[in-house]
Write a protein that binds this ligand. Structure first.
Ligand SMILES: [Zn+2]
Length: 204
């Protein structure tokens, strides 16, 4: 297993995760999660919007864990929704030219472009990111991350990076215009070498 060195997260990345959480579960919900996770210092004081690595990755992972615990069976879907909202915050202004170029691409290339865009914005926010887009010989595409912060220091029998699954799903929607199945096939929290999110079939 790869040990993430200097396990700190960039302020702006955590800020955007907290803003997205607030958007999905409300300010009261966020406050409750921060309190239960012993992260009261972030209540109404989000990390600043800069690229300093200043938030403990273990705290970020714990925040995700507590949110899932508090919301029980709904927790997983909520975290995916938060990941989806977060993708748009990270994406920023949607460049018109990128949108036009996307429409001209064949579907497979377009899908790949969506995952590459997620890689690009994640790298911008985390210079230490070790992630890539993987194409299997059978044509399946996946987003792979060896430095996943969601499951950092956590242990589970099942994959647990629902927030990241949401981000990958939304990157696909951004590129394709429709929802696709996204499945976390590998998870560091389960003892795998990396977290891997595979894009499946279109939904509906
Ligand atoms: Zn993970």
């Amino acid at each position: 297993m790869v040990v993430v060195q200097d396990a700190l997260m960039v302020n702006s990345w955590v800020r955007q995760a907290l803003i997205s959480t607030q958007e999905v579960i409300g300010a009261g919900g966020l406050e409750q999660v921060l309190q239960s996770a012993s992260l009261e210092r972030y209540i109404r004081h989000f990390p600043p919007d800069n690229l300093l690595s200043a938030v403990q990755t273990s705290e970020y992972a714990h925040f995700q864990e507590v949110l899932e615990d508090i919301y029980g069976r709904k927790g997983r879907a909520l975290l995916q929704q938060i990941g989806k909202v977060s993708f748009h915050y990270a994406l920023g202004e949607d460049p018109i030219l990128v949108g036009l170029a996307l429409r001209l691409m064949p579907p497979h290339q377009r899908l790949q472009r969506g995952l590459t865009q997620l890689l690009k914005i994640s790298k911008k926010n985390n210079p230490k990111l070790r992630a890539w887009v993987q194409a299997s010989p059978d044509g399946r595409l996946a987003y792979v991350d060896r430095t996943c912060g969601v499951c950092y220091g956590r242990k589970s029998d099942a994959p647990l990076c629902h927030y990241a699954t949401g981000m990958v799903s939304e990157a696909v929607v951004w590129a394709m215009g429709i929802e696709y199945e996204v499945c976390e096939t590998h998870c560091i929290g389960r003892g795998d070498e990396y977290c891997r999110f595979e894009v499946g079939r279109p939904i509906g």
